[in-house]
Design a binder for this molecule. Structure first.
Ligand code: URA
Length: 218
């Protein structure tokens, strides 16, 4: 549940947003996490990618997709003809959620309240970057951006119009949607590829979906 509303400044400056997000206490996750893992990448990025939550390594390093899922993502992006360094990469929720098993910290999915509490940050990032193409990585990001009825399994790899989702998007507030037009491509989460029983098929499908994003940008 929301403890204090996310302290989002009214600005399109990513560095000011990032500084403010470092002090966010809008949900309980800040208590046990090492730091806020804000999005990273250029403000004029034509491509933005959104995942779920930082993992163990991201929590330590303070950078999204810095661990195993990130390495897989980087490789898949390159294979699809996309450059990670030219993209803005973020997450639906910006603190690591975990439980301990011995010394290990095991990732947990954020709940609806934590996702809602963090949403103003994602909204602000989208409004700042205004990407031409938005890649949604997995069901959590899809629910927070496209709404809960969206099914990644059915619509992955399609170039969809943001404008069709904007009216019902959880990111749309009384101030309107965070961006006017963009193409949205949903795909699986790279961690799901790592966990998949047929990893090479899952990886190939992931790269195919990313190619749909690359085709819009080329
Ligand atoms: N998984 C995510 O969704 N985001 C990260 O930053 C790392 C792993």
């Amino acid at each position: 549940d929301v403890i204090a509303p996310a302290p989002v400044p009214r600005t399109r400056s990513l560095s000011r947003l990032r500084t403010a997000a470092a002090h966010c206490q809008a949900c309980d996750l800040y208590r046990d996490a090492t730091q806020t893992v804000f999005g990273a990448g250029p403000r004029d990025a034509p491509l933005m990618l959104v995942g779920e939550t930082p993992g163990d390594i991201e929590d330590r390093e303070g950078r999204p997709f810095a661990g195993p899922a990130g390495r897989l993502l980087d490789r898949a992006l390159a294979e699809a003809g996309l450059d990670r360094d030219a993209a803005y990469v973020s997450n639906a929720v910006k603190h690591f959620k975990f439980h301990r098993e011995g010394k290990r910290r095991i990732h947990e999915k954020p709940d609806a309240g934590q996702i809602a509490a963090c949403r103003p940050w994602l909204r602000a990032e989208l409004a700042a970057v205004r990407p031409r193409v938005l890649v949604v990585l997995g069901a959590t990001a899809a629910a927070t951006i496209l709404g809960r009825s969206f099914r990644v399994t059915k619509q992955h790899g399609q170039a969809l119009e943001w404008a069709d989702f904007a009216p019902a998007s959880p990111l749309t507030t009384e101030d309107g949607p965070p961006l006017d037009d963009a193409v949205v491509v949903a795909t699986v989460h790279p961690s799901a590829v790592l966990r998949s029983r047929d990893r090479s098929a899952a990886y190939a499908g992931f790269v195919d979906d990313l190619r749909a994003a690359a085709a819009v940008l080329s």
